[in-house]
Design a protein. Structure first.
Length: 406
């Protein structure tokens, strides 16, 4: 005897069947999304707020992020790098954000100070102030990949177009932050190589370096990224810099300082003729000044191990007068402190104390930078970072330590 299925029961079966199919499709989609974005999802999930904004004192927030995977850097190198900020952003958008979020790199004026020193126990140190104005920052940790080093670096999130007056919240902002490996300002890798970038205001109006040979191309912060990921020594960092055409980012000019755990350091500068005639960035050439051969730049102690930089080109004859040298006052003050002990400081805290002397909140702010956003002392021997935000050098709970060995 045939059974008749009532319409209500039939409809229920159809709904249940459709729901089962939809659930299966959603599961497949979730698996596909996870497979495609598993590293990006893990990176975004790792983002933590370390210190809240303090608008009354012009303090930006501080975040940390543990970047998973290789963030497509090998692909970036294989394609020949990037010649402009737009090319860099196009690459990041297509690879990291899968075309979902459009980003930009903002212009800035960065007045910074940096030096190398030795601690009394023999550890090699690399110290840096990042001077700018109120902004949110992120301490970024990347993991070792095949042929590449793990690193700790610091990023100004304003460079990604994120609002300095708002917290970094929401999925869109988190996705944007996936670009942080490509815009480091300073950092250290697990080989004990540290590097920083500093504005130089070249050509009278900060004309960017823009080399155009048959070499592959790098923008300012991507050069620093390649050094952190691929360099074992200062010499290898110099080799990387020599192998690319440099195209300065954000319509400004920069130089770099790099150091390693052996005590070797170097200042990397791209120069043409003199400051007033160096108006064609395509004609500049890389000049490397090592710490054991810096007598020609007028170093306080030519035979010493330490080096230091602020915001002017160190090559002799480049400027007509000291008044053209941005940050010359800070350069002299740091040199005086280091010369007193021939570049040997008691420990990392003593190096941080030197940075505090030239912090922007108490120093003459004639270049318009209102504060030191972060100060960091990288220990090249034990591969760690002592990190302080917004000049809170002596405030309890405001000093952070990051360790590549832990």
């Amino acid at each position: 005897m045939e059974q008749t299925v009532k319409p209500r029961k039939l409809w229920k079966k159809i709904v249940l069947g459709a729901a089962a199919v939809l659930a299966a499709l959603l599961l497949v989609l979730a698996i596909a999304v996870f497979a495609l974005w598993r590293n990006e999802i893990a990176s975004m999930s790792s983002m933590r707020l370390l210190r809240e904004r303090d608008d009354a004192h012009l303090d930006g927030a501080v975040y940390s992020m543990d970047v998973r995977g290789g963030f497509y850097l090998d692909d970036f190198v294989a394609q020949g790098g990037a010649k402009t900020d737009k090319e860099l952003i196009d690459f990041i958008t297509s690879k990291i954000t899968k075309g979902l979020i459009k980003m930009n790199i903002s212009e800035s004026e960065i007045a910074c100070s940096s030096f190398t020193a030795a601690a009394e126990d023999g550890d090699r140190l690399f110290a840096r102030n990042y001077d700018f104005s109120k902004t949110n920052t992120c301490v970024v940790r990347t993991r070792a990949n095949e042929g590449r080093h793990a690193s700790i670096s610091t990023v100004d999130l304003q460079f990604l177009g994120l609002d300095v007056e708002k917290d970094v919240e929401g999925l869109a902002n988190r996705i944007t932050c996936l670009a942080v490996p490509y815009i480091p300002l300073d950092g250290i890798n697990d080989a004990g190589v540290a590097c920083g970038i500093y504005m130089t205001y070249q050509g009278g109006d900060s004309v960017p370096t823009d080399q155009n040979t048959d070499r592959p191309d790098l923008t300012s912060t991507t050069l620093l990224r390649l050094i952190l990921d691929y360099a074992d020594t200062v010499e290898e960092a110099v080799e990387i810099a020599s192998s690319y055409d440099l195209h300065d980012s954000a319509k400004t000019s920069y130089h770099y300082m790099v150091a390693d755990a052996s005590g070797r350091s170097a200042v990397l500068e791209w120069v043409g003729e003199t400051n007033r005639t160096d108006t064609d960035g395509s004609k500049r050439e890389l000049v490397v000044t090592y710490n054991d051969d810096d007598s020609h730049i007028g170093a306080a102690e030519a035979a010493s191990d330490f080096q230091w930089v602020t915001n002017f080109v160190l090559q002799p004859g480049y400027y007509e007068a000291d008044g053209e040298k941005k940050g010359h006052d800070r350069y002299q003050r740091i040199g005086e402190e280091l010369a007193r002990t021939d570049g040997v400081v008691a420990d990392e805290k003593a190096a941080m104390d030197i940075l505090s002397i030239v912090g922007r909140r108490t120093w003459n702010n004639d270049d318009g930078n209102s504060c030191t956003v972060h100060s960091v002392v990288y220990n090249l021997t034990d591969k760690s970072a002592l990190w302080v935000p917004n000049e809170h050098y002596d405030e309890k709970g405001a000093t952070y330590r990051f360790d590549l060995n832990g």
